[in-house]
Unconditional design. Structure first.
Length: 492
């Protein structure tokens, strides 16, 4: 019987449903993370452009984007709260033994989450109620709060990959905790910056993709050009930086987590002059089926020399490394991420060359087609990076200190499967509602723009320039109670 089946037979019955539940909720939450982390920054860049150049269209876009940001944050509250409960409910062994060591990261994230909620509320309320400069300055801490939240989560995850900052007593429990060492682990820096830049480029491509679709449908006015240019430029600048950071983090994994690196590159035996496989499937006997074999490349990429020794999966016992199936999953996820990243670099270079040569946006539909797909591709790359990181670490939940099977809950597996089904139904409803709200907002804004273009008075808050005289109230729309009209100040 293959080794994978032996390991699966020895695992608790709760392990598979617990992992599936955690994987589903994490994968769903990650879809929202780029907008939560980087969208405030992109919105403020547009806001600054509007104030600096007295561009009413830029201010209009910033105001509308802030509304989307608030809706996204509300949905993120739900998915993030579910995850926080799952850590304790699904993995009590992890939190019970190691919570005192790495739990500070979750505390930092909680405070950042609270601060971001307050700042978003102030920023939204400030439109047309605060002086332009004051309003913009009050929005500046928003990206900082988002980065602080990412700091907390990445500190916890990097500790799970390279745990340090503690000693073990005779019973195997952590003592003498050094919080600073637990936060700033060897993998923290590479993971954090790779994550942050990845979120910026993903959010940029997602937002720009909306306006790229508009361009393909013939909407090529200043509104759509600006809505595309600002986020795409940010993403285009971040993409080559991310490519370099991705190479750096892969090298850090090679040095700090050699068995994970072996899984991501499906290296079976420790050797030099190791070939690189693009895709391919690792078999139980160490052979590789399918894929494209490139001689020597893996050793060269790992250490800039074909003679670099790459540690293989067989360097550790079978119960201390990913199975062949898990290694293949991590390998495919890693290759997909790299493939998408390479394509995005080419797209960014295309954009940059056109701008440098002609000082204008590209005009070819062959550019805007890939640009419209870049946002979805970026989200797929983010998901793939998470899969490579987490699956490649198996069977450890705390690398070389605690296995996933040791941390899992004792709740009946049937209950966990039922919970997974319920969560999936709830999330389909949640994300469906999110999409419906966004579509309704788009329709409302489009109608307002059409009214304004026709010379009428739009009856929605976003139709007016965010700063300046408010639109007059048409006859018959004045409130009957004698109070001031709210039609022009953003309130329903």
């Amino acid at each position: 019987m293959p080794t994978s089946f032996h390991l699966l037979a020895d695992a608790p019955a709760q392990l598979l449903p617990a992992r599936e539940l955690m994987a589903f909720t994490l994968a769903s939450h990650i879809i929202l993370v780029p907008l939560g982390v980087a969208f405030p920054f992109i919105t403020l860049v547009m806001h600054y452009r509007g104030l600096r150049r007295k561009d009413a269209t830029a201010l209009l876009l910033a105001r509308r984007w802030s509304a989307v940001m608030a809706v996204q944050f509300a949905v993120g509250i739900v998915t993030g709260t579910v995850l926080s409960f799952e850590f304790g409910l699904l993995w009590p062994g992890l939190m019970g033994r190691w919570g005192d060591v790495f739990g500070v990261g979750f505390g930092v994230e909680a405070w950042a989450f609270f601060l971001e909620a307050v700042l978003i509320a102030i920023y939204l309320y400030g439109w047309r109620r605060l002086k332009p400069r004051t309003h913009f300055l009050l929005g500046l801490p928003l990206p900082c709060a988002a980065l602080l939240g990412a700091f907390g989560i990445l500190a916890a995850n990097s500790w799970m990959n390279t745990p340090q900052g503690f000693s073990l007593d005779s019973g195997g429990n952590p003592v003498d905790v050094n919080v600073w060492k637990a936060i700033f682990t060897p993998m923290f820096g590479p993971q954090y910056w790779h994550f942050v830049v990845g979120m910026i480029l993903t959010a940029g491509f997602v937002v720009a993709g909306v306006y790229a679709v508009g361009w393909l449908r013939g909407r090529r006015d200043h509104y759509h050009r600006l809505g595309f240019a600002v986020p795409f430029t940010i993403a285009a600048v971040a993409t080559p930086v991310q490519f370099v950071l991705g190479d750096s983090i892969a090298r850090s994994v090679f040095h700090k987590q050699p068995v994970k690196f072996a899984a991501m590159e499906i290296v079976w035996k420790t050797d030099t002059r190791v070939p690189e496989y693009l895709f391919g499937r690792l078999q139980e006997d160490g052979s590789i089926k399918g894929g494209i074999r490139i001689p020597l490349l893996d050793s060269f990429l790992a250490g800039f020399s074909a003679d670099t020794e790459v540690v293989g999966l067989t360097s550790v016992p079978a119960d201390q490394r990913p199975t062949a199936t898990q290694a293949t999953i991590a390998h495919w996820a890693f290759d997909i991420m790299v493939l998408i990243g390479s394509a995005l670099v080419l797209l960014a270079l295309w954009y940059g060359l056109v701008w440098l040569r002609h000082r204008r946006l590209p005009a070819s539909k062959w550019f805007y087609g890939p640009a419209a797909c870049a946002g979805v591709a970026s989200v797929v790359a983010v998901e793939s990076g998470w899969i490579a990181t987490e699956v490649g670490r198996q069977p450890w939940i705390v690398y070389q200190n605690m296995r996933v099977a040791e941390a899992v809950t004792s709740t009946r597996s049937t209950s966990l499967w039922i919970t997974l089904g319920v969560v999936m139904v709830v999330y389909v409803f949640l994300f469906g509602s999110f999409l419906v709200i966004l579509l309704k907002m788009r329709t409302r804004w489009r109608l307002a723009d059409e009214q304004q273009a026709a010379g009428g008075t739009a009856q929605v808050p976003e139709a007016d320039t965010p700063y300046g005289p408010r639109a007059p109230v048409p006859a018959g729309d004045a409130p009957s109670d004698g109070g001031a009209s709210r039609a022009g100040d953003g309130r329903p």
